[in-house]
Each structure stands twice: as structure tokens, then as C-alpha cells.
Design a protein. Structure first.
Length: 154
């Protein structure tokens, strides 16, 4: 059971009195919170419907943003279920924020590309093309090492 609740954190109000809107994710009684990055005047907030009351374009955009956030989170629930990954409040929050993705460094991507080209030599690529890609990767590796070394000695 997944529950999403938008609420105001009045303790995080700014000098103009605008409170930060937070989202509480609850899965099987366990909670996780995240900030929406948006603020609103507390008297305009409708806690029963988790929306901002009013008719200005800014309020409309804010309500659309919150609705999209809710929709995106429910899509993440479906992705976690489809991939047989554990569904917890923290895993849902992390999946929404992109913390579950493994990021690659440029040289790793370069090497994977060169390996793919090497496997296709004779079919889609000439041997000279594969050799130029290897050279380009090596040059990039030297330049990046030189830049890092130069930065650390300053």
C-alpha cells in the first residue's frame, strides 16, 4: 500500500512567510520524505486536497507540478514492481530522485563504444576506424589526466 501526502513544513518558512511543501511517502507503514522545492503561503494551502487554492497562473502551475510529481511517483511504483525490485518508501523516493541509477564515467563509455566498434570491424567498421577511436580515447585519457594533475598542483 503506497500513500503520498503533500504537506507544509511551516518551520521551514522564509521571511515572507511562505512555507516549504514536502511530500511524505508511506509504504507499509514506513515513511520517507522529500522536499518539492516549492513554497506557498500557508493560508492558500488546502491540506484536505493537497493543493494550493487560488486562480492565478502561478498557483495553477504549482498545482500541475504537484499532480505531475504524484503521477511520476506512481509510475515509479509500477517500474519497481515490473522489475521485481523491493518497494519501500526509501526505494521509491530514491528511484524518483534518480539515486538508483549507476552513472558511468566518460572513459568507461568511450571504452564500451570502442569494444562495440572492435566487434563490428569487417561488418560495419573498417579496422582503421577502430584504430582512430582507440587513439581518440587514449588522447582523451592523457588530456584528462593532465588537467586533473594540473588542477591539484595549483
Amino acid at each position: 500500500m503506497v500513500s503520498l501526502l503533500f504537506y507544509l513544513k511551516k518551520s521551514k518558512a522564509d521571511r515572507e512567510g511562505r512555507a516549504m511543501i514536502y511530500l511524505r511517502i508511506t509504504v507499509n507503514g514506513r515513511r520517507a520524505e522529500l522536499s518539492t522545492g516549492r513554497k506557498v503561503q500557508p493560508h492558500k494551502w488546502n491540506p484536505a486536497h493537497s493543493i494550493v487554492q487560488g486562480f492565478s497562473p502561478e498557483i495553477g502551475q504549482l498545482n500541475v507540478y504537484l499532480a505531475k510529481m504524484r503521477t511520476d511517483l506512481y509510475k515509479q511504483v509500477e517500474k519497481l514492481k515490473e522489475n521485481d525490485l523491493p518497494l519501500t518508501a526509501i526505494s521509491l523516493r530514491d528511484a524518483y530522485l534518480g539515486k538508483d541509477r549507476k552513472y558511468k564515467m566518460l572513459l568507461e563509455i568511450f571504452q564500451e563504444h570502442n569494444d562495440q566498434v572492435e566487434n563490428l570491424v569487417g561488418q560495419d567498421f573498417a579496422a582503421g576506424t577502430a584504430e582512430r577511436y582507440k587513439t581518440a580515447k587514449n588522447i582523451w585519457q592523457i588530456i584528462s589526466y593532465w588537467n586533473i594533475t594540473k588542477m591539484t598542483f595549483r
